[in-house]
Design a protein around this ligand. Structure first.
Ligand code: MG
Length: 170
């Protein structure tokens, strides 16, 4: 099953679901005080359950692994080895994961790209492996899982036409 393959591949590349869930918790706990790590793990697994997400992971991680084995054609091989700043295909690919859950995911992804929280920073600083794609894929996964929780937040206010009239400020 591709779901299990995606989990195994992440583990093989040094990423545990719990580490992604920690980032999700950090993103969402300011808006949801009762949020548990278990709920964040559940959300990461739900995002990973989508075939489109799994295929995106396979694509990016394959490029990282081929670059480590020096199997890519130049100039791509050199660009990947140098983690060239102007190379943006890693972020572009990861956006494919983020877009599954809309705009909240997009803003979180931008934030994580700057902050490089937790495992994202560890991947980014790891000099013995090439993680050009993986750091962005993990950020995309965390941003999507976080947006998914935001969309399901039971404490979110609901609005109707009547209540907006009642509450209008003159
Ligand atoms: Mg990258």
């Amino acid at each position: 099953m591709t779901y299990q393959t995606a989990l195994d591949l992440l583990a093989k590349r040094g990423v545990a679901v719990e580490q992604v869930a920690e980032i999700v918790h950090r993103l969402q706990s300011p808006y949801n005080a009762d949020l548990t790590i278990e709920e964040c793990v559940e959300s990461v697994l739900a995002v990973l359950g989508k075939r489109e997400v799994q295929y995106t992971l396979f694509t990016g991680i394959a490029l990282d692994m081929l670059a480590e084995q020096k199997l890519l054609p130049d100039p791509l091989q050199s660009i990947m080895e140098n983690d060239e700043a102007l190379y943006g295909a890693d972020e572009t690919l990861a956006l494919g994961i983020v877009h599954v859950y809309g705009m909240i995911g997009l803003t979180s992804f931008g934030y994580l790209d700057k902050e490089k929280a937790g495992i994202i920073r560890a991947l980014n600083n790891n000099r013995s492996h090439i993680h050009v794609f993986l750091d962005d894929l993990v950020a995309g996964l965390a941003a999507a899982a976080s947006a998914r929780i935001a969309h399901k937040n039971k404490n979110a206010r609901t609005y109707s036409a009547a209540s907006s009239e009642e509450n209008s400020v003159s």
